[in-house]
Design a protein around this ligand. Structure first.
Ligand code: NAD
Length: 248
């Protein structure tokens, strides 16, 4: 089987959400044990019950430094093996025009989308270095490359995680660890379902492939970057946006 993850342990943050849930399901289907992390228990408990085997849940707010520091040991105890694949997926928006943006809106988005990614990577690298194998995949966004009015905070974090991945990728490449990003465009979620037909039409006119992305479209790119087969790829971003922005 291609992209076989049997024997690997994957930790997915924000696994109670749309994209994180899809990523966890796909990695699990390929044989990985999955550690589902989210600040809210409901979604990850339901997903754990759905997956039945090789699935573990940990309620953790990724902005809590002590809780993040404790994650690798907790995950290893649950799954029986340290984390091989870290998926930095938890992310939030607090949109506002910059002139009106409150310090708290800036600070919280940076803490969740960027600083937590740094702390999670630092905490889990120890185990990966020992195994001389690891995968770190972060979910960025098309707006990290293009910008978007109302999202100065959010787009800065997504560009930031991309640059961090390039630097870290160079630091750990010799140890068999790759660090990459997947950048979604518009993903079909309950949030986009409620848009008016007019807004949807305008949105779709900008997407050459003529539809929004499903969470699985994103998860499939994450699976590839998490696999043995992607071992020669590091510091890169796969843009999964239906051609909305063609970035080289
Ligand atoms: P979502 O809101 O469905 O899921 C996010 C999950 O993260 C939620 O379950 C939430 O509880 C969790 N979370 C938030 N803050 C947390 C914290 N401090 N600690 C732990 N967990 C926390 O969102 P989604 O659409 O699945 O987004 C996932 C990722 O994809 C995010 O990084 C987002 O920026 C990115 N993304 C989404 C889209 C889109 O169109 N939905 C587009 C581009 C990028």
């Amino acid at each position: 089987m291609m992209f076989d993850l049997t024997g690997k342990t994957a930790l997915v943050t924000g696994a109670g959400g749309g994209i994180g849930g899809a990523v966890a399901r796909v990695l699990h289907r390929q044989g990985a044990a999955v550690v589902l992390v989210d600040m809210k228990a409901e979604g990850i408990e339901a997903l754990k019950a759905e997956l039945k085997t090789r699935a573990y849940s940990l309620v953790c707010n990724v902005t809590d430094a002590a809780a993040v520091e404790a994650l690798p040991k907790q995950a290893e105890e649950m799954a029986g093996s340290s984390v091989d694949i870290l998926i930095n997926n938890a992310g939030i928006t607090r949109d506002n025009l910059l002139m009106r943006m409150k310090d708290e809106e800036w600070d919280l988005v940076l803490a969740v989308n960027l600083t937590a990614g740094f702390k999670l990577a630092r905490a889990h690298l120890r185990g990966m270095l020992k195994k001389r194998w690891g995968r770190i995949v972060s979910i960025s966004s098309v707006v990290g490359a293009t910008g978007n009015p109302g999202q100065c905070n959010y787009s800065a974090t997504k560009a930031g995680i991309t640059a961090m991945s390039k630097s870290l990728g160079q630091e750990v490449a010799s140890r068999g660890i790759t660090v990459n990003c997947v950048a979604p465009g518009f993903v079909k979620t309950p949030m986009t379902d409620v848009l008016s037909d007019e807004v949807k039409k305008a949105l779709l006119s900008r997407i050459p492939l003529g539809r929004l992305s499903t969470p699985d479209d994103i998860a499939n790119a994450v699976l590839f970057l998490s696999s043995e087969e992607a071992g020669y790829i590091t510091g890169q971003t796969i843009h999964v946006n239906g051609g909305m922005a063609m970035i080289s």
